[in-house]
Every structure is written in structure tokens, then in C-alpha cells.
Design a protein around this ligand. Structure first.
Ligand SMILES: Cc1cc2nc3c(=O)[nH]c(=O)nc-3n(C[C@H](O)[C@H](O)[C@H](O)COP(=O)(O)OP(=O)(O)OC[C@H]3O[C@@H](n4cnc5c(N)ncnc54)[C@H](O)[C@@H]3O)c2cc1C
Length: 280
């Protein structure tokens, strides 16, 4: 278990908010922004969901007190969506109120396709009251191009990613080429939305997004490039030096296993890193 915890530390900034805030400080010193995420998903009880909401309040307070350049990301199943939609809505509302009071942006992460519609419904229900929040859309899903068009029409801030969950063929493209082509299509559409965030470590996707932004006359402060903590540190620094706005997703907490598992599953090199270190 200790060895695994050590390995997870490549992708996870620490067990608690203090460690996460110091990781954000290091990124900020390089001119890189952050979004903090308290790891956890699929709360099963009211107590777990309330504790997760509480941790989000703590994140907001610590961001404000420490004056780091960071916003927050959260998952609705952690706030209770899986067993009590009313509770998830209540928790998200309270977090958005607190974030608005402190002037901090909130990003609602996207989970597996089982939750896409419910996540969007709840997000759009609260969005008119809380302008400073945004959503995530995944290019692996067949529905996403339409979701992007709706987000553009509603003037919503979107983070575009490929999608980290295994999805059935009826809902999701199974081939990398299709996922990539859809990413580039959606990225181009998102140039019409406010502050689009292109979240990927894939140079070809970054290049396509930058080209699309350039084609419509966006300047570097009109969009963000986002990456995950522990991945492609050199590349993100290069992008920053070129003047791009770069934001790193900084997860922390003890419920790291599902997140860690997604990272080692999606990339051979990440799995090799784990195996190499286990044998050492
Ligand atoms: C900021 C951020 C937030 C995210 N939020 C969500 C979310 O809310 N919901 C969700 O489902 N998913 C989310 N994800 C995860 C995302 O969906 C993908 O699972 C993950 O980013 C891997 O896809 P990729 O675009 O990086 O490219 P991949 O398809 O994994 O890789 C494509 C290519 O990129 C290059 N590459 C990738 N990683 C590396 C590396 N470490 N070193 C060198 N080259 C590399 C390689 O050339 C590789 O072939 C998020 C990702 C980021 C960056």
C-alpha cells in the first residue's frame, strides 16, 4: 500500500489541502495557474456528500487566504448525485454561493456518460444565478458536438477533454482517430465560447486548437491550455514561455485510486513508470 501511495504521488499533489496549496505555489512561481480538485467520486451516503462539500469550502477558503492563482474543480457524484439529486443540487448551490462571494471560478468535471445528462441539467439549472462557473465536455462522446453547440449558444465556459472513462460504442467513438477528429471539430466550435479550455497532453490536439483560435483572431489571453499534475511538465513550461495561459489540474486527497487507475490505463508510459518503480 505504501509503495502504491508513493507511486500515486506522481499524479496526486498530496493527502491534504496544505500539500495541494504548496504544489500550486510551485506552479504559480512558473507562471502556471491551477485548478484544485479534492479526489473522490461516487459518495454513497449523505455524510460523505456533506463532507465533500465541506472540503470544497475549505479549498475556497485556502485559495483566498493563500492568494494562490487557482480555481476549483469538483465532481457531482461526490456531492451526492448518485443517490440524492436534491442533495447534490443543495451542495453545489452552497459551493457556488461561497465561490461567488470569494470571486473564485468553479468547474464542474464530467464523469462517465451515465452522468452526462444529469450533470448538464444541474449545471444549466444553476448557471443563470452563478455566471462564474463552467463545465467539461468529452470528445469521445457522440453527443458532444451538439453539447458544444448548446454551450456556445448559452455562452458557457467549457473545458474540452477526450474523456477518461470506458464508454459503450453506442454512446462513444471507440477509435482514437474519431475521438481526435471530434476533439478538433469541437475545439474549433469552442472558439466562439468565452475562455475555452483545451485540456490535453496531445501535441496534435493542442496545435489544432491553437490554429482554430488564431483563425478567428483570438489572442493568447482568450483561451487556456490545461494539463494534469505530474504530466508533461516540460511541455507546459514551453507553452507558458510562448505566452500561453496554462492551467494545471491539481488533485489531492486520500481517495486517489480511481483517478490513479484512469491515468495508468490511458497511457502505456504511465503504467511503465508504475511497474518500473514497483520492481525497484
Ligand atoms: C486539465 C484536465 C482536466 C480533465 N478533466 C476531465 C474530466 O472532467 N472528465 C474526463 O472524463 N476527463 C478529464 N480529463 C482527462 C482526459 O479526458 C484524458 O483522459 C486525458 O487527458 C488523456 O488524454 P490526452 O488528451 O492527454 O491524450 P492521450 O490520448 O492520452 O494521448 C495522446 C498523445 O498525447 C501525447 N501524450 C499524452 N500524455 C503524454 C505524456 N505524459 N508525455 C508525453 N506525451 C504525452 C502522446 O503523443 C500521446 O500519444 C482531464 C484532462 C485534463 C488535462
Amino acid at each position: 500500500m505504501r509503495a502504491l501511495t508513493f507511486l500515486a504521488s506522481r499524479f496526486v499533489a498530496g493527502d491534504d489541502i496544505d500539500e495541494a496549496v504548496s504544489a500550486v505555489g510551485v506552479l504559480n512561481a512558473e507562471g502556471i495557474k491551477a485548478t484544485l480538485d479534492n479526489l473522490g467520486e461516487d459518495s454513497l451516503t449523505r455524510e460523505q456528500a456533506l463532507a465533500a462539500a465541506q472540503e470544497n469550502f475549505l479549498m475556497l477558503r485556502r485559495i483566498a487566504e493563500s492568494e494562490v492563482d487557482a480555481n476549483i474543480s469538483l465532481k457531482l457524484t461526490q456531492l451526492g448525485l448518485a443517490f440524492d439529486e436534491g442533495l447534490a443540487r443543495e451542495n453545489l448551490t452552497r459551493i457556488l454561493e461561497e465561490a461567488a462571494r470569494r470571486g473564485i471560478f468553479v468547474r464542474v468535471d464530467m464523469e462517465s456518460s451515465a452522468w452526462t445528462q444529469k450533470t448538464l441539467d444541474l449545471f444549466y439549472a444553476l448557471k443563470p444565478r452563478f455566471p462564474d462557473c463552467g463545465i467539461v465536455l468529452q470528445s469521445c462522446l457522440r453527443r458532444t458536438e451538439a453539447d458544444v453547440e448548446e454551450a456556445v449558444a448559452r455562452g458557457v465556459r467549457v473545458r474540452l477533454c477526450k474523456g477518461a472513462y470506458r464508454e459503450p460504442a453506442e454512446r462513444a467513438f471507440q477509435g482514437k482517430d474519431e475521438v481526435n477528429a471530434n476533439y478538433d471539430r469541437c475545439a474549433a466550435l469552442l472558439t466562439k465560447a468565452p475562455l475555452p479550455a483545451f485540456a490535453t497532453h496531445d501535441d496534435a490536439r493542442i496545435a489544432a486548437a491553437l490554429k482554430a483560435c488564431d483563425a478567428v483572431g483570438l489572442v493568447k489571453s482568450d483561451y487556456e491550455i490545461q494539463m494534469l499534475y505530474g504530466l508533461r511538465a516540460r511541455r507546459r513550461r514551453e507553452l507558458r514561455v510562448q505566452g500561453h495561459v496554462v492551467r494545471v489540474y491539481v488533485p489531492y486527497g486520500t481517495h486517489w485510486f480511481p483517478y490513479f487507475h484512469r491515468r495508468i490505463r490511458e497511457r502505456k508510459e504511465n503504467a511503465m513508470f508504475v511497474l518500473r518503480n514497483l520492481f525497484e
